[in-house]
Each structure stands twice: as structure tokens, then as C-alpha cells.
Design a protein around this ligand. Sequence first.
Ligand SMILES: [Zn+2]
Length: 437
Amino acid sequence: MEGQYQLGTLEFTLNDIRNDRPGLREKLLRAKLKKIYPHCQCTDPQPQVVIAELNGDLHLRGFPRRGHFHDRGCEHYRPDPAGSAASLYEPAIKVREDGGVDYKLAFSLSVKKGESERTVTTPAGRAPGTKRGAIGLLGLLHDLWMRADLDSYDPALKRRRGWDLRWGSEVAKMLGQEVAESTFGRRGNDKLLVVGQGGENAVTGTDWKTFRAALIPSGTEAPLGLVIGLVKELGPSKFGGVLDLEFGKERLWMDRQVFESLGRSFKTELAMLKEQDPLRDQKWEAIQALMEKNPEPMQALNEVWPGEVVAIALVKLSSTDKISVVKMALMATSRQFVPVDSLYERDVAHALADQDRRFTKPLRYDEGRDITLPDFLLSDTEQTTPMEIYGVSGNADYEARKAVKRATYLTAGQHCWEWTPAEEKTWPAFPAKSFKK
Ligand SMILES: [Zn+2]
């Protein structure tokens, strides 16, 4: 069923927006400016939705963290964020009345002269399950991802938009919109650059130049900045490592300590980049063909492209005027930009998308494996179905967590879809869809 919305006495559908019903666009733009929100009529009480603008087109998206107030058949429905690590970070993530967010970061965005930036980025020790007063790099990336609705795959959204998500024209812009509505303590959002969001600016490098200028030390203080970008290539350099981002105007350099820590913490991401390696020439040729208005090579590449890796980096200007990485986190995603923790999860995410299923990835923020979460939640079944991929075998800790998970689902009377790759080469069939959308 087509979604129905209400704004004061005005009633409209998404089709009305798409077909440019006379006067509607102006009214919605005015409401957006005044921060008045339409109500979705899927259920009672009617949840609010946010008017968003992307590439000149208006669309509606769910209010951050309130997707579970929509009817389960509504396309704005999302599982309760209490089911992800997000709920642990309430003190660090303050959602404002207008839907924007104030973050308290677990690292400083400036260092005093003579002070090491590493000392201001060390997270305090914390017990599992206790509330987090501050958010780290990966946590921040995950939260922005969730706010931009990128933690879910929804075939209805894809059909409506009529495109596959691309970093430059869509994903970076969606993240950029969220960043524009965020603050970081005393620091404004000009300290965070989403590389590639600026359209023309990204091509000319204006965004990059402005960001770089903000990193120039003044007096006794050296500013740090945050960069979010799509990894094009990551490899060793003479003194450590070097990172190339899509649309990046400069390379990001890192010392040996930072580079080697990536190998320990982000094995899935590095494996994904390795799978991309043999396809890089083909990608370059596909981009060239696309510019000559031939989409076929890109469509062929999309069939085999292993997935994406996104980086979030805390950076500074080095003494040799290079952009240097103080600390970095990586995040692997499916081809549709849904985050994944393993290549098994990636394969399942691709199969779910191929079958037009609607699912969400509960995000771990900075908790890593310390928090017990399902790998995916399938939300187009009669009841939300947790999905578990037991990819590790013969590890006692892992086996213990697996037993706890199984017992929890059993107690809750919840059917869980499971796949153990060591026992079955291909995954079992997914549970049947109950929402025909
Ligand atoms: Zn709704």
C-alpha cells in the first residue's frame, strides 16, 4: 500500500511528491524550513517523518531512532534501536528536538602544543553493559550510518529511488546531511568532512581545501579533523601506510603503528579490499565507459563487485604539510552499503538483496564482539526474524556466546535463522516474506 501522510490539514502520498502535485513542493519546503514534520498515517498515534532533500528531489524518511513506532508493514518501519549497541550510548548521543544530534566524542579535536594527540584519544576503560559517556570513531560512523537509514536494505526504497546507491551522488550526500545537523561538543560540524558529498565542490576540491585550512595550527593549539570516505586503495608506504579515498584530493598518510593496528582490528575490511584488487582495472574501465554514457560495463562489474570499505579517520597536518592519520577505523559493507562484520555476512546480505528482502544490520558501535547482537534482522516476515551466521568454529569463547544466543532465542520463543558455514556450504532458505511490497 502507498504511504499516506498528513501535514496540518494537508494530505498527500509519495506519488503526489513524485508527480509534483501543484503547490505541494512549496508547502513541504516551507514546512522543512520551519521544522514542521508530516505524520505518517500507517498507525495510530501517527509517527512523524522528516522531509529530506537529495539532489533537488524531496523525499521522506523516518525520524532517527523512532522507526519502531511505525506499522511493521510501513516502509519507515525499523527495528527498535534498543536492539543495537545504540542504546548504550544515550549519554553520548543527544537527539535534539529538531532531529539533529549533539555528540560527545571519546577523543579531542585539538591538541595543545607539545601534547601528544595519542594521549587525548585513549578511551577510558569500561565495563561491558554500562552506559558510554562518549563515542569513539567507529561508533560515530555507525550512528551517522543509522541516522541516514543506511543500516537497512529496503527494496521499496530502491524501487522508488530507481537507482543503486552510489557513494558520490547519494551515500556521501546522505551522510553529509546528517553531519550538517550534528555538533561535536564545542566544535562545529565543519571539523568533519565527508569526502565526495559536495558534487561540484568535490570535483574542484573546494571542500577539501576548506577542511585543510581548518587544520592549520594557530598559537598554542593544533586542530584535528575527521574524515569519512570510501576507500579506493590502502597499502604500505615507506614509513607506514597510505590511504586513497574516492574523490579524495590528497592521500592520507599513517605511521607504522597506525597501519599495523589496522591489520589487527579490521581483518574483514582488509580481506574485502584484497578481493577488490583484481577488479580495479575493470572498475576504471567501467567508469570511463559510464562517462561515455555506456552503463553496461558498470552493470557487469556490479554483479561481481565484492563490497565496499568505508574509513573514518582522525587527522592532523604533519610537520611536512601532509594530512596524517592519528587514528582510524574501517567498516566493510555490502554492495548496497549495508555494514557487515564478515565475508559470510556479506554473501548473505547480497543474497537477501537479490531476493528483494527487507533487513537491518544491528550496529556494534565501539563494542566489537563484547556485545551480543544478531547479525541481521529480517523485518518483512510475520515477526522480525533474527539471523545468525556462526562463522567461527573451535573457539571456546565463541562457542559459549553461541550457546547463550541460542538459549536467549529459545526463551523468547523467537524463531532464529541460522547458518554454520563449517557444516553447510550454502545457507538454508530464508523464512517466507509476509509483507508483499
Ligand atoms: Zn509509517
